[in-house]
Design a protein around this ligand. Structure first.
Ligand SMILES: Cc1cc2nc3c(=O)[nH]c(=O)nc-3n(C[C@H](O)[C@H](O)[C@H](O)COP(=O)(O)O)c2cc1C
Length: 216
């Protein structure tokens, strides 16, 4: 499909069918991840593609625990929001609840791992949270998700499982010093799947030459 169409319709798809994904389709999607740029071309990431029922069940339990904590108070916070936001928020909440309850039924869950030793983390010594290392992982995540979009597969970037990194590492035999950066459940969508997205326009996110100067 056309690249701009893929990018502008790549939304979070949380309602996924349990139907298996053909191996050739999965392999194309994984190859697209491998095409991503990384610092020094080091490719300091790996995917553990989880398809076995037992580990998926455990991942689902861990995910559901984090989702439950994450959404605590969410409905209350929505109450004060404008009607349109409330309706949208309620839909997101319902889709998230559904994903949490059916996480283990997703045919494939891509756990993205990273090795910080293989990264030149140029902001590591600054007095703020470091983000540069993630740039050598999330490019691959985005490539994988765009490829899913092109293949008619639904997916969503999730990070809640990172809260359980020690348990996930034990479960999947991920060695030290590897960490986990994302879990992407992949499956054919129930319903429409990917579609229109709501984002602030580039004009409100871009400055010309100097911070605060509106982009023309
Ligand atoms: C870094 C990151 C972490 C995210 N973590 C989760 C997650 O743990 N669970 C989830 O359901 N969605 C997660 N999302 C999906 C976002 O909530 C979603 O992309 C965003 O709300 C926009 O929704 P849309 O793509 O459907 O428009 C994450 C997205 C990003 C980029």
């Amino acid at each position: 499909m056309e690249l701009y169409d893929a990018m502008s319709t790549l939304r979070a798809v949380r309602r996924l069918k349990p139907d298996p994904i053909p191996t050739d389709v999965l392999n194309r999607v994984l190859e697209a991840a491998a095409w991503a740029p990384t610092g020094g071309n080091a490719q300091p990431w790996r995917i553990v593609l989880v398809t076995d029922p037992a580990p998926k069940r455990t991942l689902g339990d861990l995910y559901a625990a984090s989702w439950k904590a994450f959404t605590k108070g969410y409905a209350d916070r929505l109450k004060g929001a404008p009607e349109a936001d409330r309706a949208r928020g309620a839909r997101t909440l319902a889709a998230g609840d559904r994903l949490a309850a059916h996480f283990h039924e997703t045919p494939a869950i891509a756990i993205f791992c990273f090795d910080a030793r293989q990264m030149a983390i140029t902001d590591a010594k600054l007095d703020r949270v470091s983000v540069v290392g993630g740039g050598s992982v999330y490019t691959a995540v985005q490539n994988l998700m765009l490829a899913c979009r092109a293949e008619g597969l639904g997916c969503v970037l999730t990070t809640l499982l990172c809260e359980h990194e020690p348990a996930v590492k034990r479960l999947l035999a991920i060695p030290d010093p590897w960490g986990t950066a994302a879990a992407v459940p992949i499956g054919y969508p129930i319903g429409r799947g990917h579609g229109p997205i709501r984002r602030r326009p580039a004009s409100s996110l871009t400055y010309d030459n100097r911070w605060g100067e509106a982009h023309k």
